[in-house]
Design a binder for this molecule. Structure first.
Ligand code: FAD
Length: 329
């Protein structure tokens, strides 16, 4: 590991100030379960590491008067899992349970989970994140099947972000300037990088995610479904989260369906939502939504199998959100 300076500030303003002193040569440290591994492999080599775990404002879970739930970025995954406010958000809690590791759940944070770097094995072995031929002509069985026409062929690894997007969550972000604060729809956090200088998140190096804000659920039914190798701390092969608004007769008023592990960003499938709107949820309509979600897939040489898995994940996430028993994970 390369030598680095370390700071452990106590306020959000101090975090932004420290990150601004050496823009682009810093990293934010939360639970460290992702960052430390990257630093050990010299894939990221910051000069300054800013630990945010002593900032009290980032470690709370609150409920606003309008029923929305506000979760600090440094809240650990097991705290999210156990909190009573999260009882109606199975899309989130199921995704956390899927991590299947007490260690990661107790050390990893919500902000770190959302902001984690891609798991692409070429990148993790020291290659550039963007494809220079190594992915398209190499072992790309776990890579993207959607949004992969450019040099970004990796998949976004976050398990929780598809659920957060389906639930229409927002992020509070502070920086880059002193006193700067903005609220971002979480889907706008992610981008498909087009060149080596662009990261996969839109954040400036001196911006910090401070909170995730979940809107009040009202009538939204939600679920996550993951297609996995098996049980254990490994990433799913494909996943989907669905949040459905049903009227009194069970017709879908609105459906937000987001795929995970299939594209360089969590993949918000408007097509799946359109396929469901105005219909009852059943095997047939859920299947139609699954087909619509993968219609534009462009699999790479080794990953055509993921198209079927993604279709099944969408179908089962929708069925599960509507209260059907699906079996599986
Ligand atoms: C063996 C192993 C298995 C894993 N399995 C899974 C898995 O199955 N599913 C899964 O989702 N993850 C998995 N992970 C990845 C990761 O450890 C977890 O997702 C964890 O929740 C990350 O949180 P952290 O707080 O430890 O992040 P850190 O490692 O501290 O940070 C991760 C990244 O996010 C940035 N960051 C952290 N907080 C913020 C913030 N508030 N604002 C802006 N940027 C921020 C950091 O700079 C860093 O780049 C695994 C990791 C390991 C080592």
């Amino acid at each position: 590991m390369k030598n680095f300076e370390y700071a452990a500030p106590r306020t959000e303003a101090q975090v932004v100030e420290l990150l601004s002193a050496a823009p682009g040569r810093t990293e934010i440290l939360a639970g460290g379960t992702d960052l430390v591994g990257l630093m050990k492999k010299m894939i990221v080599t910051p000069e300054l590491v800013v630990n945010i775990m002593n900032v009290d404002s980032l470690k709370v879970i609150d409920q606003d008067e309008d029923g929305s739930v506000v979760i600090g970025a440094a809240v650990t995954l097991d705290e999210v899992l156990a909190h009573p406010y999260l009882g109606n958000y199975p899309a989130i809690t199921d995704a956390i349970l899927g991590i299947s590791s007490m260690q990661l759940q107790s050390q990893g944070t919500l902000g770190g989970e959302v902001c984690q770097r891609p798991r692409c094995w070429f990148f993790r072995n020291g290659d550039p994140l963007l494809d220079q031929g190594q992915v398209s002509s190499g072992d790309n069985r776990f890579h993207a099947i959607l949004g992969n026409q450019g040099p970004a062929k990796f998949v976004n690894s976050s398990r929780i972000s598809p659920a957060l997007i389906a639930l229409d969550a927002q992020l509070r972000v502070v920086g880059p300037g002193e006193g700067d604060e903005q609220f971002l729809q979480i889907e706008d956090l992610f981008r498909v990088p087009r060149h080596a200088e662009q990261r996969e998140l839109v954040l400036e190096p001196n911006q910090l995610v401070t909170h995730v804000i979940l809107p009040s659920l009202e009538s939204r039914h939600n679920a996550t479904y993951e297609v996995r190798h098996g049980v254990g701390p490994d990433y799913p092969l494909a996943a989907a989260a669905a949040a459905l608004e049903l009227d009194d007769s069970g017709l879908v008023q609105d459906a937000r369906v987001v795929l995970g592990q299939v594209a360089p960003t969590p993949w918000f499938s408007k097509e799946a939502g359109v396929a469901l709107r105005g219909r009852m949820v059943n095997e047939q309509t859920a299947e139609m939504a699954g087909v619509a979600a993968v219609n534009a897939a462009t699999p790479l040489s080794e990953n055509e199998y993921k198209v079927q898995l993604a279709k099944v994940a969408v179908k089962r996430a929708i069925l599960r959100a509507a209260g059907f028993e699906t079996g599986g994970f």
